[in-house]
Design a protein around this ligand. Structure first.
Ligand code: 0X9
Ligand code: ZN
Length: 421
């Protein structure tokens, strides 16, 4: 009996992995966004909206519903023939063996081969540990708190000459949206570069780290991220159940307790990809993120915040919650963003469009950038959408060969910003 119960429990724990084999991705042009969404209600699909201006939709349609979808007669273009094939191109995870075995003999830093592959959550934690142990006197790992399922929201805190917790903060968050896999390694690549450059006394980074403390968290939605590895590669939200619905997950980037329910900027529907929650800040992850952000804001102030997302190649400025709200120093923020745009472009030729979020993409309420700007009073508070530009190029699912180029281009962007602070 005992072993049977254990077996049953074990089976229960391993949910079947969602297969996207044969899922076709369509770009739908529409003059009536809501009506098109209503037409789609009988079809099994996953919303892959990212660059949405509410004039178009991006949907992955299951193979068994393709005929019914085509019968709707919508104005469509195929952006991906087979989502399963795209996911296969991301490749197998190459286990991270840097610990002791594959460190650079001169620097003690983890081996760059880490960036040749995507990694499971535990290996992101291992990598942070290895970064920290290559920079013991100027860094520490921090655990800001736990996710709903009890995983740590971890980060690395870096400081310069004068010691920890004195200088204004630069805070970076990655992977709030679980499926945006390129964000964690891009952020980790930059953390690596900061440490490497400080250790070799590279002038710009030495000055930057002597003047600012970095708090870098590559994965702020660990439950969602683990779900993308184990069950559903295209999962976006956290993994919270709600009494009112059988749908799972709150969009943590609609749950920040500021301008939380401005109409049009998020959804009250638990089944929506942009579900805001029942009340402002009612996700365990948000309790951790607001606590951590506010304690830093109170202690030293925040110079610069970035929430790293993908995809679309964008530099997004406040505000998201309304297109009528305009930041006072928009001209100087746009000037800074132009420099970042130029620096990014100079690396691999990619064009990152920049501007206020609401005007540039769409309205987002309860988003990180508005909270960190208005409530935590950051001097600069942005979001980036990393490569690629379009769904046709893979959207959230791009091969690991993109990791280093993505890291290199955003690192050039950040260096430009540090030089112009
Ligand atoms: O909709 C979003 O949350 C972001 N786009 S994504 O496709 N990656 O989901 C844009 C977020 C911009 N706004 C804030 N961070 N506040
Ligand atoms: Zn996102």
């Amino acid at each position: 009996m005992k072993s049977f119960a254990a077996l049953a429990l074990g089976l229960q724990a391993v949910a079947a992995k969602v297969s996207y084999d044969g899922y076709k991705v369509f770009h739908i042009e529409t003059s009536d966004f809501e009506a098109t969404q209503a037409k789609l209600s009988g079809i099994e699909y996953v919303s892959l909206d990212c660059e949405s201006d509410h004039k178009s939709l991006e949907v992955a349609v299951s193979p068994q519903d393709l005929k019914a979808f085509e019968a709707l007669g919508l104005d469509v273009e195929v952006s991906i023939e087979d989502m399963g094939a795209e996911i296969a191109k991301e490749g197998e995870m190459k286990p991270y063996k840097a610990r002791k075995k594959a460190r650079d003999v001169c620097t003690g830093l983890p081996d760059m081969s880490y960036f040749d592959s995507y990694h499971i959550f535990e290996e992101h934690l291992d990598f942070l540990e290895d970064l920290q142990s290559a920079f013991v006197r100027n860094s520490e790992l921090f655990d800001a708190g736990e996710s709903l399922e009890g995983r740590p929201l971890k980060g690395i805190h870096l400081w310069g000459r004068d010691g920890p917790g004195i200088k204004p903060a630069i805070i970076w968050h990655g992977t709030v949206h679980a499926r945006e896999w390129i964000t964690a390694p891009s952020v980790e690549y930059m953390a690596y570069q900061i440490i490497r450059d400080y250790r070799i006394k590279e002038p710009l980074i030495t000055e930057t780290l002597d003047n600012y403390d970095f708090y870098i968290m590559p994965v702020v939605n660990p439950d969602g991220f683990v779900h993308t590895h184990e069950v559903d590669r295209l999962w976006r939200k956290n993994r919270q159940a709600r009494e009112s619905s059988t749908c799972i997950g709150t969009d943590v980037n609609r749950n920040w307790p500021h301008q939380w329910d401005v109409p049009g900027g998020s959804s009250p529907d638990p089944c929506s990809q942009t579900y805001r929650g029942e009340a402002p800040g009612d996700t365990p992850e948000m309790a951790v993120l607001t606590n951590h952000t506010l304690s830093i804001a109170e202690a030293t102030g925040i110079k610069f915040y970035v929430d790293w997302h993908s995809y679309s190649q964008l530099i997004l400025l406040p505000y998201g919650y309304s297109c009528d709200a305009v930041v006072e120093d928009l001209d100087s923020q746009m000037e800074l963003a132009r420099g970042v745009h130029d620096a990014i472009k100079s690396v691999n030729g990619l064009d990152f469009v920049y501007g206020p979020t609401c005007q540039t993409i769409y309205q987002t309420s309860g988003g990180s950038m508005d909270y960190v700007y208005d409530v935590a009073d950051a001097e600069v508070s942005w979001a980036f959408e990393l490569r690629p530009q379009t769904q046709r190029e893979g959207g959230f699912v791009i091969p690991p060969e993109n990791i280093i180029p993505s890291g290199e281009e955003v690192w050039a962007g950040m260096r430009n910003l540090f030089a112009n602070f």
